[in-house]
Design a protein around this ligand. Structure first.
Ligand code: ATP
Ligand code: MG
Length: 283
């Protein structure tokens, strides 16, 4: 049976083979990401978040279960996935514009060179990098390099965008700036996004749903529906509703870390957007 979701994981279980035996990392993990929605995944360090991104992009196959992407079962690397990581790997011998254009040389996008160039300039303009097209990566700040990396991950109109802690190495102000850039990018051209992050504020500001993974081997322990309608601003993070969501998530992380039991916080009860783990998230 196919999937109605842009990304769907069905009962995915995976273990790494190590010298000291199998290391179970994911256990019966199910996730559903509707098209053009933004899902953030948070969880304890080492619980399997980056492993999840490798499975979705087809770089690895799960031991058990299925990964669906754009109604196709993922069985090999999918070139039409856009990816960005904590440390943007930009090629120093290429200009910023040439770096952004790189995926078009590798992936069939159906775009002509002229269309690709036009799109690259438009994306660079959107993230505030007009005038830096001919610079080398080392001539840019960390935040600017990450902006260029985001443009590169979107240049070929990917089916989904996978971001593994892309803002983790940036200072707080640059990070918040880039969060707003993400909203701008999505407003102009919707895309389905899977974001891995350790930053709960980032998850609430950017995502439609936040999935908390349990400790390793990870399953979906909790799903928060981020019910903040309309265009979001950073001020939205300081409303009682957002503060309650953050308290709720922090509590769930503590549960995932085994530091407390699963009883809901008072803040969770006060916050209408929170959902208990749903059967589809769990099974
Ligand atoms: N190629 C591999 N071979 C063996 N073990 C691995 C491999 N990659 C990751 N692991 C182990 O699998 C577990 C999950 O790793 P993963 O990188 O997915 O965690 P993570 O949730 O992304 O962690 P972090 O939050 O620190 O980035 C870790 O214990 C890690 O040591
Ligand atoms: Mg990781």
């Amino acid at each position: 049976m196919s999937s109605d979701f842009q990304i769907e994981l069905r009962e995915v279980t995976h273990a790494y083979r190590t010298d000291s035996g199998p290391l179970p990392v994911l256990d019966n993990l199910s996730l559903k990401l509707p098209k053009d929605t933004f899902t953030a995944v948070v969880g304890p360090s080492g619980c399997g978040k980056s492993t999840l991104t490798r499975l979705v992009s087809g770089l690895m196959k799960p031991d058990e279960g299925q990964v669906w992407l754009a109604s196709k079962l993922v069985t090999s690397p999918r070139p039409t996935v856009g990816m960005a990581f904590q440390n943007p790997v930009l090629l120093e011998w290429r200009t910023i514009l040439q770096n952004v254009m790189l995926p078009l040389e590798i992936v069939k996008s159906g775009m002509s060179k002229a269309e690709g160039l036009e799109r690259a300039h438009a994306l660079l303009d959107l993230v505030g990098l007009t005038g830096f097209e001919d610079k080398r990566p080392s001539e840019l700040s960390g935040g600017m390099r990450q902006r260029a990396s985001l443009c590169r991950s979107l240049i070929h109109k990917p089916e989904v965008l996978i971001l593994d802690e892309p803002f983790g190495a940036l200072d707080a102000f640059t990070r918040e700036d880039l969060w707003c850039t993400m909203h701008d990018l999505r407003a102009i051209e919707p895309f389905t996004c899977l974001l891995i992050t350790h930053d709960l504020r980032e998850s609430v500001f950017l995502a439609d749903q936040v999935v908390v993974l349990s400790g390793r081997p990870a399953h979906a322990q909790y799903v928060l529906n981020v019910d903040i309608p309309g265009k979001r601003t950073l001020d939205d993070l300081y409303t009682p509703k957002a503060v309650a969501m953050l308290a709720d998530l922090r509590h769930q992380i503590q549960v995932a870390q085994g530091r407390t039991d699963g009883a809901a916080t008072p803040a969770a009860h006060a916050q209408r957007g929170a959902k208990a783990p749903t059967p589809e998230a769990q099974s």
